[in-house]
Design a protein around this ligand. Structure first.
Ligand code: HEC
Ligand code: HEC
Length: 290
């Protein structure tokens, strides 16, 4: 089982690109402890239906998203996600600045049922693929407000984010999500910068425990990575991304935000390229807090 999983992961990494070539030859020692992926095929018949529905949604012709039209259509979303996509309650992910392609992908995932969440299932029921694009364009036009990293976690989290851990087959998150967490719209890699640590932690833990958002190769990437993350990795990297700031050093942050505390919170981690002792202390000392 874990050997097959490993082959599958290696294939995913190869598929995902050269940045991950190192992970394919990494030793398997850690992943043998990962939870079995049996949960993925818990209900074969409904899953096949969901896949079919997803393909149909994805094949529906649409015009590029219209942010102005999307603003009105997004009114119902504001109660949880914030009117500008900066939710204040950490159980609701921030959508501000998230790329349109990723938002559309997730809305279609919810609508088809390949991603299961009862709240979102109700919210997407009335949305057409065009509505999804318009709403996606609206939130993509907003800027995510960064949170603040926990300093005791950010060093270990930042190291994992920027370097991964080759010995355990964990790729650098940065390779896909970008050095500043901005993501990559063309590849449908989501922005992570500023996302609530609680939500990130919950999502990574669910993948670690066997949740998968459908059958497509794209949807296997994160579960394969999250299987190799332990609880303290997840806690640390989640805290780090919450403090990530989408402006590059030297680039000015437009808009009213530019909050100095958050920017400086992320800095020690970004600057600390070799704090091995601190990193291992944080990793060892932080489990079961949540
Ligand atoms: C009652 C609260 C609520 C409302 C209203 C709501 N959502 Fe959500 N939304 C959630 C929750 C909770 C999640 C996290 C689901 C999960 O953990 O899988 C979520 C997740 C999402 C995600 C996935 C984000 C990611 O980073 O993967 C998108 C996209 C989204 N919602 C869009 C919308 C849109 C568009 C609307 C309006 C049409 C909307 N939501 C209305 C609660 C809500
Ligand atoms: C090979 C590219 C790749 C690498 C490397 C990668 N990710 Fe991802 N990540 C993705 C993709 C693709 C998705 C979207 C998954 C989907 O749509 O099914 C994603 C989604 C996520 C999400 C969900 C975001 C949301 O808004 O719901 C989190 C959290 C995340 N990744 C964290 C990480 C962390 C932490 C690492 C490093 C340990 C990492 N990723 C490494 C490709 C990658």
């Amino acid at each position: 089982m874990s050997f097959r999983q490993l082959l599958a992961s290696a294939a995913v990494f190869a598929f995902a690109g050269v940045a991950l070539a190192q992970t394919a030859k990494a030793p398997a020692s850690q992943s043998t402890a990962a939870a079995p992926a049996a949960a993925t095929s818990a209900s074969a018949a409904p899953a096949a239906d969901a896949e079919k529905q997803l393909l149909a949604l994805q094949a529906t012709p649409v015009k590029p998203g219209d942010a102005a039209a999307g603003q009105g259509k997004a009114a119902a979303c504001g109660a949880c996600h914030g009117m500008d996509g900066n939710s204040t309650d950490p159980q609701y992910p921030k959508l501000a600045g998230e790329n349109e392609q990723y938002i559309v992908r997730q809305l279609m995932n919810f609508k088809s049922g390949v991603r299961v969440n009862s709240i979102m299932q109700g919210m997407v029921a009335p949305l057409s693929p065009q509505d999804m694009h318009d709403i996606g364009a609206y939130f993509a036009s907003k800027r995510s407000l960064p949170g603040v990293s926990d300093q005791t976690l950010a060093v270990a989290g930042g190291k994992l984010y920027r370097e991964g851990d080759a010995a355990r087959g964990i790729p650098a998150c940065m390779a896909c999500h970008g050095p500043d967490g901005r993501g990559n719209p063309g590849a449908m890699y989501p922005q992570l910068a500023g996302e609530h640590a609680d939500y990130v932690q919950k999502t990574l833990q669910a993948w670690h425990d066997g949740t998968v958002w459908g059958d497509e190769p794209h949807a296997q990437i994160m579960p394969a990575i999250a299987q190799r993350l332990d609880k303290s990795d997840i806690e640390a990297v989640a805290s780090y991304v919450e403090g990530l700031h989408t402006a590059q050093p030297g680039e000015s942050v437009s808009g009213p935000e530019a909050p100095a505390p958050a920017a400086s919170a992320a800095k020690p981690a970004a600057a600390g390229t070799a704090p091995a002792p601190a990193a291992s202390a944080a990793t060892a000392g932080s489990n079961g807090k949540h």
